[in-house]
Ligand binder design. Structure first.
Ligand SMILES: NC(=O)c1ccc[n+]([C@@H]2O[C@H](COP(=O)([O-])OP(=O)(O)OC[C@H]3O[C@@H](n4cnc5c(N)ncnc54)[C@H](OP(=O)(O)O)[C@@H]3O)[C@@H](O)[C@H]2O)c1
Length: 255
């Protein structure tokens, strides 16, 4: 019997310091996947996530990355390459999850160009150029998952730019799947519904939360783990023929 253990797969998830990204990192680790997680402002929280994974017998490293700073992507990629060599004795990794994102609310008539550009930089431009930069380091047969939003499918006042950019990310998913098909890299979108995290200042008072729950077939807000668990499951071999898809994880919101 061949007793050699398969080397662990490696996931790089952006925005892994809290919320959905933290849950993706923890759920992937539970499935035996090693993790590189990035943070922007919350180094302590990111290191705590890495420590939790390490204490559970897994392996994780936290790196700084501001996904709005495309000029830093060359040095980030070099940092990832060095880390892969030193920690895993590898030159590539298996999965990329583009999770980092920001929310800014304004009606269309009140949206300033500065706010528009900030949203574009993190939620769309960063996703495009980071993925472009890291694609050569992803194994053939690997996977990219882009985190979108239910707001790409349905509309609420105040989130026009955010929702439109998430719709753009969903289109981009299909284009990446097309252009990297020769390397059998699967590229999918996971679109969370209303998830109870700190995103955009959180989900507000009890009344607002009840309202969201009443628009959701399963009758509640989502938890970060509802999304993190699903994303981790999509990384498994059981999903090997799922490609170029948008999957909403929202409990049936706005159906
Ligand atoms: N929560 C929801 O209801 C909901 C619904 C649909 C879609 N989503 C999407 O799900 C993803 C995660 O959301 P969440 O709810 O987990 O949000 P969250 O709790 O606010 O966490 C956001 C994460 O993104 C990171 N981040 C923010 N700005 C960044 C930047 N410029 N560069 C790099 N990283 C940055 C944060 O890092 P630091 O903490 O280190 O600053 C943090 O790890 C986002 O793409 C969001 O659009 C969320």
């Amino acid at each position: 019997m061949d007793t050699r253990k398969e080397p662990a797969k490696i996931l790089l998830v952006t925005g892994g310091s809290r919320g959905i990204g933290e849950s993706i990192a923890l759920n992937a680790a539970k499935r035996g996947i090693d993790v590189i997680l990035t943070y922007n402002k919350n180094a302590d929280r990111a290191n705590a996530v890495a420590n939790t994974i390490g204490n559970g017998g897994g392996k994780a490293v936290a790196l700084h990355l501001d996904t709005s700073q495309t000029g830093s992507f060359d040095s980030f990629a070099e940092q990832v390459a060095q880390l892969l060599r030193s920690e895993w004795d590898r030159g590539n990794f298996d999965y990329l999850v583009n999770n980092a994102g920001i929310a800014q609310r304004a009606l269309i008539c009140e949206t300033r160009e500065e706010m528009f550009d900030e949203l574009v930089d993190v939620n769309f431009k960063g996703v495009f150029f980071l993925t472009q930069k890291l694609m050569p380091m992803i194994v053939d047969g690997g996977q990219v998952i882009n985190i979108s939003s239910g707001l790409a499918r349905f509309a609420f006042p105040g989130v026009a730019v955010y929702g439109a950019l998430k719709a753009a990310v969903e289109a981009l998913t299909r284009y990446f799947a097309k252009e990297y098909a020769d390397r059998r890299i699967r590229v999918n979108t996971v679109a969370p519904g209303a998830i109870d995290t700190e995103f955009g200042g959180g989900k507000g008072n009890e009344n607002h939360r009840r309202q969201i729950a009443s628009m959701t077939a399963l009758g509640r807000l989502g938890e970060a783990d509802d999304v993190g668990g699903f994303v981790a499951s999509l990384l498994s071999e059981d999903s090997r023929f799922v490609n170029a898809q948008r999957i909403e994880v929202g409990g049936g919101i706005m159906i």
